[in-house]
Design a binder for this molecule. Structure first.
Ligand SMILES: *Cc1c(COP(=O)(O)O)cnc(C)c1O
Length: 363
């Protein structure tokens, strides 16, 4: 590996974060959400590092098959179910769990051989208004499926829109709608909580639901809560994105750095050029002042991010030299801080890492 740009993935931190999720809800099973290649961290590697996972969750059958073919034995949940009827045969063959969110999906299941045994996660739209049956239509959808010989069991599932914002009443309203909708239905197994709800809304995964939590982002060590709590503070970042300084120069006051002269030096400055850019997934819209760390000292991005390089302020870091390691995000510079400076969220930073970035797994 000549170009020194890499994402180090800490597998012990990943396991630790899963245990943090489990500890929040000891009576629930936890479906570790590893869609989108485990939020850019490498799904096959991470799944194998988490033998203790109760189940895994992914976005589509391609992601599920990749895991099965790599030897993953746990249940795998398709969070959006199937997109085409032809997937049902593979779902049966690999024994995947499938979400069902539409009447068309129910009709497709009815057409399957009577000997099929589908494990269904029936989606209730409790207010997110993205997928699922409305509270009015949900009981009928449930009864149709429950009566089918092709259906083995049904888990009730919903998704929260605002569980990361603790001061909003939306999560409580959604939960109340779930409880009143499910009251009269005979399956009681439920799955409501994503990472934020797992960490901050215990009522969404209480024992009465005999259920499953669905932690995603927390597994990767990014705190999804608008205000950290004692649980979220235990999370450890899994990905550390680093590169190295490949050039250093003195730039005079009033001169500019990088494309478009976006950054103008206020004083004589020492500028370091780092081998990482937007083609690696570091956001081009990162503002001047976005934090980075060099030799254990925090400093900042200056100038627009280029495709393969970016520039940082080394003026007050006398021991920085060519070859010094620069942390873009990780254990010291939190992905959430970087995300704030880019008007985005850690999810997009992690999933945006491109193929060119070498991944190194540490256990
Ligand atoms: C992605 C996803 C999750 C995990 O969400 P996080 O915010 O990352 O915890 C849970 N449930 C569903 C349905 C999802 O699509």
């Amino acid at each position: 590996m000549a170009r020194p740009t890499k994402a180090s993935i800490d597998l012990a931190a990943f396991r630790h974060n899963y245990r943090v999720a489990k500890a929040q809800s000891p009576n629930s099973q936890a479906v570790a959400i590893i869609k989108a290649d485990a939020y850019g961290h490498g799904a096959v590697k991470l799944a194998h590092a988490l033998q203790e996972a109760d189940a895994f969750g992914v976005a589509c059958i391609e992601e599920a098959i990749e895991l099965r073919e790599s030897g993953i034995k746990q249940p795998i949940l398709l969070l959006e179910g199937f997109f085409e009827e032809s997937e049902l045969e593979l779902i049966q063959q690999h024994n995947f769990w499938t979400a069902v969110h539409s009447q068309a999906q129910i009709e497709a299941i009815k057409r399957q051989p009577q000997s099929s045994q589908f494990k269904i996660w029936l989606k209730l739209d409790s207010g997110m208004h993205r997928l699922g049956f409305s509270p009015q239509d949900y009981p009928a959808a449930f009864e149709q499926l429950n009566a089918l010989p092709q259906v083995d069991n049904i888990v009730h599932m919903t998704h929260f829109a605002c569980a990361d914002e603790l001061d909003k009443s939306m999560t409580q309203s959604q939960l109340e709608l779930c409880i009143s909708t499910l009251e009269k239905l005979d399956s009681k197994t439920s799955s409501f909580a994503n990472s934020s709800a797992t960490l901050a809304h215990p009522s969404t995964h209480s024992e009465q639901f005999k259920g499953y939590t669905r932690p995603g982002i927390l597994l990767y060590g990014a705190d999804p809560l608008s205000h950290p709590n004692s649980a979220s503070e235990q999370l450890i970042p899994v990905m550390t994105l680093t590169s190295k300084i490949i050039a250093i120069r003195e730039v005079k006051a009033q001169e500019s750095v990088g494309y478009g002269e976006r950054y103008r030096c206020e004083r004589d400055m020492k500028i370091g050029t780092v081998a990482i850019g937007y083609a690696d997934g570091y956001p081009r819209h990162a503002k001047d002042g976005t934090p980075v760390m060099v030799n254990g000292v925090r400093t900042q991005l200056v100038g627009r991010v280029s495709m393969d390089m970016l520039t940082i302020d080394l003026t007050d870091i006398p021991n920085a030299e060519i070859g010094s390691t620069v942390e873009l995000w990780g254990k010291n510079v939190k992905a959430a801080e970087v995300a704030d400076c880019c008007d985005t969220i850690p999810y997009t930073l992690f999933t945006g890492i491109t193929r060119r970035v070498h991944k190194e797994y540490i256990d």
